[in-house]
Design a binder for this molecule. Sequence first.
Ligand code: LLP
Length: 391
Amino acid sequence: MTRGRSGAGAWWRHRREDLLALARQEHPLYVYDAASLDAAAAAVRGLAAVDRSFYAVKANCHPGVLARFRQAGLGFECVSLPELEHLRAHFPDLPGERLLFTPNFAPREEYARAWEMGAWVTLDSLHPFRTWPDLCAGREVFLRLDPGIGRGHHPHVRTAGAQSKFGIAPDELDDAARLAAACGARVVGLHAHTGSGIRTSEAWAETAEFLSAAATRFPGVRILDLGGGLGVPERPSQSRLDLAAVDATLRHFKESHPGLELWLEPGRFLVAAAGVLLARVVQVKSKGDVIFVGLETGMNSLIRPALYGAYHPIVNLTRLDQPATLTAHVVGPICETGDILGRSRRLAPSEEGDVFLIANAGAYGRVMSSWYNLRPPAGERVLEAALSPPL
Ligand code: LLP
């Protein structure tokens, strides 16, 4: 990959005309490239050491995206009853065992419904055993453990340690085993998710080691769910997660722990690069030396830059072939100073009506959008197989 050139080799360079045509029909608009979704799903399915993968629906719940992953044979990880119901509404015949429910501080009714649907259910506290023993009686459950050390691209997405609200603390494991037995629940799986946006390949094998050590207290455990978190590079200079190395470390783990199944719950990895946000320029202005290119949508469609300081490549798609001679902040129309999609970006000189493309926006984009300022967030489309051949 050429460094310093935004998204060199990215799918959207080959689909520029199709994207501009879509943006004429509807804007602002998220577009998801079907071929990229399929390729990412195939890469995850190709992990030989992983017995089952469940797509983390929270990253992108567009029905067209879900349909491709269903077709690819993935299960679905849901963190709320509305996510489970969304799956049920779109795929009424999906077997319950392809649904995994991994909520945090969910109300009792949501667990009850998830079990009725036949989903695998993960408890991330001992509250259900203590206060709803009748509901847990006779159930097969997963327990989400706090692995102690969190990972990921930002403190908001690191999910471990005493101050994190997720998981059962290691010193509660004896209580967990006792309470499960007391209410007649069978702990069949242990789960840990250390965080999101991880690009170091040994992370999941370390989680497996941690969980297998905890599993000695739960003789019925046959599955270790290593969570999600598989990262993608944000900037051209960042390295990719080495998926083959992830697989190799997990195969090594399995050799010494035969009889344990390994599950994964990737979200971002499957959808991030497949998605772009298209938005028109509405105004360009300068204040002193600072130039602002204002788009028709901002943090109401994509909050990641404002919330995490996340970097998303941005190009002027209308003028993709012109030299990037302008340095400008790319902002939205929302009444907050934080409504910046990209700071000090090198761009082709831009005018009202140009279509901008914000890349790597398929994960945690539209799902985290809002109607702030009563501005509707961008719509969504799946871009099917190429209409025009690659350049
Ligand atoms: N499993 C559990 C239990 C999770 O909490 C998450 C993400 C995943 C799987 C999927 O993680 P992934 O493979 O996508 O990294 N909004 C943030 C990311 C929050 C992730 C929340 N949990 C962002 O835009 O970066």
